[in-house]
Design a protein around this ligand. Structure first.
Ligand SMILES: Cc1cc2nc3c(=O)[nH]c(=O)nc-3n(C[C@H](O)[C@H](O)[C@H](O)COP(=O)(O)OP(=O)(O)OC[C@H]3O[C@@H](n4cnc5c(N)ncnc54)[C@H](O)[C@@H]3O)c2cc1C
Length: 402
């Protein structure tokens, strides 16, 4: 949508193909329907992308401010949370989709919804698109082609990786696709009791003694493991190693460790019980669970625990270990890792370096970010740059004609 809107500035004829009955179906569910668009922490190092220099080039052209300005121009002002996550001022993904839809219409862009693109191929005079809608087949030629068909995550919402084959036929490589930003399944043991509870944690994934990755964030304990940003950012590490013996370590007290440490060491007076101390940070259910697991008495004075008692408390609250049994599948993961290597497109225009006139944007490329707006930043940004480049070409063409 962003590519089409930008490209329309050049005045050419533009057609958008979408096999869902509406455009922006996935966008509607982003950020719990609030649409988390970008993040102050957007930076090349935050992305899972094999070519950091490429990513730096892209973000150097389309950073957070460029994105916010582009959204402003479309009538989508943004606001940010205390931790730097940007949302539309309306806090409504539906509002964003409606504004983009209106913009497509206003710019005379032809929208072909409920139209499945079967394939595409390069011809002498452009690209042949083979599509089907309501049982009727069409083959049409277009001068230029932007592929923004997503990856393979959440196929129910439209992206099923069906067009990667056509890209391979044109000479592009496709890195194997894996689900990312999904749940981590693990043997919960006694933690089953805390099903439904949420925590802010420091989470890490270990393969024997090697730490594969670490992140902080909110998690929820569910039936077979964990979900939420605090583990989702690590799920691709699990998906990459289906047969490895992996451990998930959770530190439940990391976010307020300095506060708790001051109390435990007596630097801050807290003459109340261990239970009251833990209720500073946890629900009664979680506090009672941790005390029971540590084998301590809830009435112990928090600032008078022995070294051994502190060790027992930290073992369950700061060093909880879980044997990992798997990661969420494409069906319920937010993005996929893999796709066309970024080195095969120009970072400033998204034009293919192998097939002139072909542009690849969004999750079709091998770029994935953590939770927090990083993926929409890339999807919108790459669409914006492709569209801007196309508008430039069109303007040049019109000038040459006159
Ligand atoms: C539940 C959920 C929540 C998320 N929340 C956030 C968030 O808050 N912030 C964030 O940054 N990211 C979030 N993401 C990730 C983000 O939505 C994606 O990274 C982003 O939408 C990718 O954009 P895209 O345009 O590349 O692909 P998509 O959004 O997948 O769009 C591709 C479109 O192409 C269409 N299509 C595919 N193949 C064909 C075909 N053959 N013919 C016709 N049409 C086709 C699809 O129907 C789809 O509409 C979330 C994802 C999910 C699933």
């Amino acid at each position: 949508m962003m590519a089409a809107i930008q490209a329309a500035e050049g005045g050419g004829r533009i057609t958008v193909f979408e096999h869902n009955p509406i455009v922006g179906r996935k966008l509607l569910v982003t950020g719990s329907s609030r649409c988390n668009l970008t993040n102050d922490a957007v930076d090349a190092t935050a992305y899972y992308c094999e070519d950091q220099a490429w990513m730096e080039s892209f973000l150097g052209t389309f950073g957070v401010e460029e994105f916010r300005r582009a959204l402003d121009r479309l009538g989508i002002p943004t606001q940010k949370t205390e931790d730097g996550w940007y949302y539309p001022r309306s806090e409504s993904a539906q509002a964003v989709v409606e504004i983009l839809g209106e913009e497509l219409a206003k710019r005379g862009i032809e929208l072909r919804v409920a139209t499945h693109v079967i394939s595409f191929a390069k011809k002498d005079k452009g690209f042949e698109i083979e599509s089907t809608a309501l049982g009727s087949h069409r083959n049409e030629i277009f001068d230029l082609l932007v592929i923004g068909a997503g990856g393979k995550a959440y196929p129910e919402l439209g992206s099923r990786g069906e067009l990667f084959g056509a890209l391979e036929n044109l000479g592009h490589h496709v890195q194997a696709l894996l689900p990312a930003l999904g749940a981590i399944f693990a043997d919960l043991g006694a933690f089953k009791e805390l099903k439904g509870q949420r925590f802010d944690v420091l989470a890490s994934i270990w393969h024997d003694q090697e730490r594969l990755g670490q992140t902080t964030g909110n998690i929820i304990i569910n039936q077979g493991g964990f979900n939420g940003p605090g583990v989702m950012n690590l799920s691709h590490l699990v998906a990459l190693r289906p047969d490895a013996n992996l451990t998930l370590r959770l530190n439940f007290i990391a976010p307020f460790w300095s506060d708790l440490a001051d109390i435990l060491t007596g630097q801050v007076a807290h003459p109340r019980s261990l239970r009251a101390g833990l209720l500073r940070y946890f629900t009664p259910k979680a506090a009672d669970f941790f005390i029971r697991q540590a084998g301590l008495n809830p009435e112990f004075k928090l600032n008078a625990l022995s070294e051994e008692q502190i060790r027992l408390l930290l073992e369950v609250t700061a060093e909880a270990k879980f044997h990992v049994s798997g990661a969420g599948s494409f069906r319920n993961s937010q993005v996929s890792v893999g796709g066309v290597p970024v080195g095969e497109v120009d970072p400033l225009s998204m034009e293919s370096r192998l097939v002139p006139g072909l542009y690849l944007v969004g999750e079709t490329l091998d770029v994935a970010g953590p939770c927090g707006g990083f993926n929409l930043h890339f999807a919108f940004g790459s669409g914006y740059l492709a569209g801007t480049h196309l508008a430039g070409l069109q303007k040049q063409k019109s000038k040459e004609r006159t």
